[in-house]
Design a protein around this ligand. Structure first.
Ligand code: HPA
Length: 275
């Protein structure tokens, strides 16, 4: 067997034992400052990444580093409280390994969240943005021999984010009175934030928000044919006309994400109830 697949199987087998036969229907990735959704999971079983053989450990600010399995809105979910980023120094195989583990555990949907800088001048701190498409500026995680048993060599990316999940989010947000933006997420390597000229460039190429994650995870889920829903919390307004004393700061990003986590949790909870 391909050693990479074997590695995923070994992790899955430890995780299955720890979860006592729990079979998740929905995988959820909780981004910077958004880990509190995990508090809404009922009958949670927490498995720290460090307990899993060969698993990367997330070192990023605002990322805890646990799988949390349990029930959310009546559905069996497996949430990642903290993700792995390319900027932490991990190769792409490690960045997407936790998603491949969730895919092998049998998830039928993947929900991904992140904190992002709003390059769209109409976006403001605290806004939620449904990701309708993305521009990938990170290495593609599918580079290398294809796992034919998982998906095709050249996966279609015409609808990276599931149109019916987007429609569901929009109609529930309208009922709940939650304002939603919708846009294109640009994923770069980080870890430095963008220069004013880079933010402007991303706006010009069609980006509405920029971050340092998510897209590799979405690519491996789409490779496996799993529908994806993506949502960004706009944690800073990214433009090219800053006050003289303005700085981008990682803790401010986490604080802004924390402040918006409750409405994101509400929306995702309602969506999961309906699917
Ligand atoms: N750039 C990149 N990543 C981010 C940003 C940003 O402005 N805000 C939150 N994550």
């Amino acid at each position: 067997m391909n050693p990479k697949i074997q590695k995923i199987k070994d992790i899955v087998s430890v995780l299955e034992t720890r979860l006592g036969g729990f079979t998740p229907e929905i995988g959820i990735v909780l981004g910077s400052g958004l880990g509190s959704l995990a508090n809404s999971i009922e009958n949670p079983i927490t498995v720290p990444y460090k307990d899993l053989p060969g698993f990367p450990v997330s070192t990023a600010t605002g990322h805890k580093g646990n799988y949390i399995a349990g029930t959310l809105s009546g559905k069996k979910v497996l949430a990642m409280q903290g993700r792995i980023h390319y900027y932490e120094g991990y190769g792409m195989d490690m960045v997407v390994l936790p998603i491949r583990v969730m895919l092998m555990m049998g998830i039928k949907y993947l929900f991904v969240s992140n904190a992002a800088g709003g390059t769209n001048l109409g976006f403001h701190v605290g806004d939620l943005m449904i990701i309708k498409d993305h521009i990938n500026l990170l290495p593609n995680p599918l580079i290398g021999p294809n796992f034919d048993e998982i998906g095709p060599r050249f996966p279609d990316m015409t609808r990276p984010y599931d149109p019916s999940l987007i429609r569901l989010a929009e109609s529930l947000a309208a009922e709940l009175g939650i304002k939603l933006q919708k846009g294109v997420y640009v994923g770069g390597t980080g870890p430095s934030y963008e220069t004013p000229a880079e933010y402007k460039y991303f706006r010009h190429i069609g980006g509405d928000a920029v971050g340092m994650s998510t897209i590799p995870e979405v690519i491996v889920a789409r490779h496996a044919g799993i529908p994806v829903f993506g949502i960004s919390v706009i944690t800073n307004e990214a433009h090219d006309d800053y006050a003289d004393d303005y700085v981008n700061d990682g803790q401010d990003v986490v604080d802004a994400a924390n402040a918006a986590a409750a409405k994101m949790t509400l929306l995702i909870g309602k969506m999961i109830e309906k699917i």
